[in-house]
Design a protein around this ligand. Sequence first.
Ligand SMILES: Nc1ncnc2c1ncn2[C@@H]1O[C@H](COP(=O)(O)OP(=O)(O)OP(=O)(O)O)[C@@H](O)[C@H]1O
Ligand SMILES: [Mg+2]
Length: 575
Amino acid sequence: MQKKLIKLVNDFPWYFLIAVISAEIGAILLILQYKQVAFFANQVMYIGKKFDSVTGILIGIVAAVFIRGIFQFFSDWFSQKMAVQIKSKLRRDLIKKATRVPFHTIQQRSVFQTLMVDGVEALDRYFSQYVPQILISIFVPISILLFVFPLDELTGWVLLLTAPLIPVFMVLIGRYSKVVTERQWTKLNRMSHFFIDSIRGIKTLLLFNQGENQVHRIKKVSEDYYEVTMKVLQIAFLSAFFLEFVSTLSTAVVAVEIGLRLLYGRLGFEEAFFILLIAPEFYLPLRNLGLRFHAGMNGVEAAKNIFAFLEQGEPRNNSFFLNQKFDWNGFKNIRFNNISVIYPESKQKVLNSASFNIPIGKSTAIIGPSGAGKSTVFQTLLRFINPVAGVVSLDDLSISEIDIDYWRKQIGWIPQKPYLYNGTLLENLKLGNPDVNFQQINQVLAQTFLRDFVARLPYGLETKLSDIGTQISSGQRQRIAIARVLLRDCQLLLFDELSASLDPIVEEQILNNLKEFSKNKTLVSIAHRLHTITSSDEIIVLNEGKVNAAGNHQFLQSHSDLYGEFLKTYFGVMA
Ligand SMILES: Nc1ncnc2c1ncn2[C@@H]1O[C@H](COP(=O)(O)OP(=O)(O)OP(=O)(O)O)[C@@H](O)[C@H]1O
Ligand SMILES: [Mg+2]
């Protein structure tokens, strides 16, 4: 996992290099500064020189402090910059991926949300602090050793031998903290899923007097998260204490060993003083690495989930037809060939070896009881879900061979529950075709009987739908969705329960307008309107994921008992 993360650094090598080199220069400046301090102390305190004779050195020390500050700033700034860049890159990748792997459940949505917000954020400290610190904690102690060894070999050895204590301890504690961080992550996911779910269903919950209960449940889930977070903090504090202890102890060993030799005159005052000053600095980067290790671990755990999301399989996307004009009239049928579909997280075959043809340039109606798999046929056509068996093809050309973006551009889909996103009404209308002009928009508004609605909006087409969100009725919502498709230049129309929430008075006319629009196009409607069904060129009767019968109205009347029964039950007409 860490390898993949380090790879991300590769994309921004300069930031990383500048951060580490600045830190290293800062460290060398610090060493030089301490050398000057030791020299100064030796001259003034030990030899007893006049203060005036060494003011140059004093200025040197102050300058070193100042310049070191600048390099420290550079180091922090560039590591932060690198982290920000990597975070945006990951967020971009996540969003890109999300457009390619459709979410079928609310769990998937909340997992995605957690990844986007907390997941990516958890990597901030990993990149801005932990990763640069790894190199810093190698380079800085080595530089210090390079100065110390020539001065005093014994101290050099003491430093060298005590240095590994900290990393070894870190690895030990890392094993344990990994388990706890993993648990923390799972709980965070659960909590956010639960929370989104409750907010979405708040009205239903209130209606059934479950508000109070839900509050208790949320409290319980949050407490679980709180507990495991405290565990993580506990480990972090404990290890901080231990790191402090180890490095203080090691510094003490150096101090004693130096003090004794100073006492017996085996070591000069200047060397001894310098070593005493620099010894804590030797352990400092290692100690910091230990402290940042936890931030790092948290990031690694988040990264696991991020990469799992980014690396999941997506519907195959060949660039076979990319940018190539696509002649629908060159094909006869969209073929469903023994298609079986299973939604993730369920085992049931929602479509079960279904085979049927959708004639191109004609109208097809799909009928069948609720749960028969009608909307799933659309999900498959839209390539939001891949069949587990069978091939959907344009005559002999499998649609999975067609570039997915290009394929979807051909489709005008009105879902069962149309979605209006958080922009202005105009933006929502132009979603399917950004190039339409106002004349076209006005015409379509008239066709969908939306003119009065728009006229009543405070800013007309420029009204933000989020501002009037709940004031849009499902009929208006449906008509906006219809208008959106009417503005789109598409060849394959998928209408799911189109007239379900349309006003009967305008329904007839809107449907006529749509009929005009869908002339020479391939229209598939999931219909519950008698006329739409009987006037379709092809009718497909679905039941429990299987095709029960297919043909036109006349054919089915004489050949399918289920069709007759369906018409009788739903419309009270005798076939
Ligand atoms: N995202 C999903 N995850 C799991 N199962 C699903 C999902 N969507 C639908 N199903 C299941 O697939 C089956 C068929 O659903 P589908 O939406 O295709 O039915 P439908 O024929 O359109 O029904 P309706 O007339 O009620 O809209 C149902 O049993 C449903 O529970
Ligand atoms: Mg449906």
